[in-house]
Design a protein. Sequence first.
Length: 197
Amino acid sequence: MRIATRKILCAALLIVPFFVGISTVQADIYRYVDANGVMHFTDTPTGGQWNLYLKETPPAGSSVNSYLDLIRRHASSYSLEEALVKAVIKVESDYQPRIVSRKGAQGLMQLVPETAKLLKVDNPFDPSQNIRGGSEYLRRMLDLFNNDLELALAAYNSGPTTVRQYGGIPPYEETRNYVERVMYYLDYYRQAGDSLL
């Protein structure tokens, strides 16, 4: 009799919060795919194999559900591969929306103030504006260099004038490493699907 009573009490304690209006705690969701191809999910990652899968839903009234939603929307608007936008964000800022580089580049896609102004990005620290502006700029670079991805990435990093001046990827270690890293993460995100980090 005591065991049955405890089970009923435990069930009641689990169910009651839903009826009295207590909301559940929200957290980022992480995912990794093991060697057997099995997907695992958690809100408390314990090692480096976990990748951000879904950002916590922001407070009520916010129109931004996650970086993934923003990436999808803006990649689609500018006819870009989602994996490419994710890779650029990963290399540029490692998904840190308030980061500022030594050269003054700001936000997720590291827009310099002049470029942000050109792209009508009023607040480069706003993820939606930054991803929209960065996606538009990436599209412009692809168009400018006839969809040559490596040249477009080099131009995103060091400027289109520099790429034209050298007739290819400039001989700067930073730019060459940048292109190589974005290409690495592009391949990663193509395989990882909806993963962000």
